[in-house]
Design a protein around this ligand. Structure first.
Ligand SMILES: *Cc1c(COP(=O)(O)O)cnc(C)c1O
Length: 484
């Protein structure tokens, strides 16, 4: 029954609402609207009762995997459980009913919250200023590159190159290209960290900046970060931290203290907003003072009048600003969720989040390294990368393993990334998984490693018990047919 669409389930006359009777003299919408804007036929809308609609969407929601249903160990993406209290605050009518064009004096609560959130992020990251405007990590990267260009231009320099490690997330070189810079790649050393000598060799007077993820995408903390910062600063470049992995550092160390000039935050990763459906997200930026004149507009200010009354305002008039990067003040709903999350946990709670994420990842890594290859075997932060090479030697590809994992009600880890690991399986459990959930994941991974030898057919045909089998992913993106 619930495999049908709402149109197919429709039954004439059924409704999910009750309204008062229409006035006797009412003839139709033409009483109120000009005929020229009225459609000729009635729209073909489904007619259903409220419980039918609710059951339809609940049935659909459990066909797909999601974090409220089970573990989602998608490396780099930080698919942690999102506390429901965030939804309660983000849905308070004072926030949801505010019009984006409302004058600042009528949305003092929202502006005050965003001002406070900026202060919290500055304290967490050790940066001097924050902008909440960018809508996602990649958007933050792009805005940061515009800041770098504006900074160098102000100093009468025309630097065109951005250095990126070979383990970087794909959005890094994409943002560099979009912002009109050139990418210079620097290789990792045998420990999976930045090769400092090779970095120094490519850093010169054309270097606008270095984009580095820390902990990096192999899950390792760049222990020589202060030396890296010195190399970049000595040649006049700016140091950018891709902060997608900040959940491993919360309350332990701060990018600002390591020498970073800019960092982006992924609200939908580190600070828990549901994500995976393409948004909305939040990619706030933290910057050092030298970049402050170039911040995107508007910025949120705070003033105190003679009778000590505090108020917040939006400032647009900033001559060196890179301009607007988002409509209004960014994705406010996501900022409210991040604010709630930070406030609820407090400094000690944030530190516990990072520590638990690190312990969970190391627990999984140590339990799984007998069954799968572990190319870089050292203490990891919040994630680690296995290789499916041993299984490939038996004819099972990493993609087959990923599909088999789905049969056990678990989302697959990230696969084939980072690019420098062959047959990569990148696992990030996050701090929100219990010991039992981690043990279940371990037993599934061990079972699959056994099946590679004993029952490879069941892996090759996987997924065997999901609503759909293996999809042609390229066709789905290229020949979109939603059946309308
Ligand atoms: C997720 C991620 C990004 C991009 O962030 P979005 O919010 O998805 O745009 C960049 N770098 C790393 C390391 C990431 O994990």
């Amino acid at each position: 029954m619930y495999d049908k669409s709402l149109i197919e389930l429709s039954s004439p006359g059924r409704t999910g609402f009750s309204l008062p009777d229409l006035p006797e003299q009412y003839n139709g919408p033409e009483d109120y609207l000009p005929l020229s804007v009225l459609r000729k036929d009635k729209p073909n809308l489904p007619e259903l009762s409220e419980p039918e609609i609710v059951r339809h969407f609940i049935a659909l929601s459990v066909k797909n995997h999601h974090i409220d249903k089970g573990i989602y160990p998608l490396g780099s993406c930080t698919m942690k459980y999102n506390p429901k209290v965030n939804e309660v605050t983000a849905n308070l009518p004072g926030f949801t009913a505010a019009h984006p064009h409302a004058p600042a004096d009528s949305v003092q609560g929202t502006l005050g919250l965003m001002f406070e959130l900026e202060n919290m992020l500055a304290a967490i990251s050790g940066m001097d200023h924050i902008t909440l405007q960018p809508a996602a990590g990649a958007h933050g990267e792009f805005a940061a590159l515009l800041l770098m260009r504006a900074y160098h231009k102000k100093n009468k320099q025309n630097r065109q190159n951005i250095i990126i490690p070979d383990s970087a997330h794909g959005t890094n070189p994409a943002s560099v290209a979009l912002a009109g810079f050139n990418t210079i790649k620097v290789p990792s050393n045998d420990k999976g960290l930045v090769d400092i000598e090779k970095l120094a060799a490519v850093c010169d007077s054309d270097t606008a900046g270095f984009m580095l993820t820390n902990p990096n995408t192999l899950g390792f903390f760049e222990i020589d970060i202060e030396k890296i910062a010195a190399v970049i600063h000595d040649c006049g470049g700016l140091l950018y931290m891709d902060g997608a992995n900040l959940n491993a550092l919360l309350g332990l160390v701060r990018p600002g203290d390591m020498g970073f000039d800019i960092v982006h935050f992924n609200f939908h990763k580190t600070f828990s907003t549901p994500h995976g459906g393409g948004g909305p997200g939040g990619g706030a930026l933290g910057i050092k003072s030298a970049l402050e004149p170039f911040l995107p507009t508007p910025i949120i200010g705070r003033k105190t009048n003679k009778s000590n009354k505090v108020s917040y305002y939006l400032e647009y008039s900033r001559p060196d600003s890179i301009g607007r990067v988002h409509g209004f003040y960014g994705n406010v709903g996501v900022a409210i969720r991040a604010f709630t999350y930070i406030l609820k946990h407090g400094p000690d709670g944030l530190k516990r989040i990072a520590k638990t994420a690190i312990i969970n990842a190391n627990y999984l890594m140590n339990k799984l390294k007998a069954d799968y290859d572990l190319p870089y075997d050292s203490l990891c932060m919040h994630e680690f990368v296995l290789s499916g090479d041993r299984q490939l030697a038996n004819g099972i590809k990493t993609t087959d393993i990923a599909k088999r994992i789905l049969d056990f009600g678990i989302h697959a880890p990230t696969v084939y990334f980072p690019l420098i690991i062959h047959e990569a399986i990148m696992i990030e459990p996050t701090e929100t998984e219990s010991r039992e959930s981690l043990d279940n994941f371990i037993s599934v991974m061990k079972r699959i490693a056994g099946e590679v030898k004993d029952n490879p057919e069941i892996i090759k045909s996987a997924p065997n018990n999901t609503p759909v089998g293996r999809l042609d992913e390229a066709a789905a993106a290229k020949n979109m047919d939603v059946g309308w």
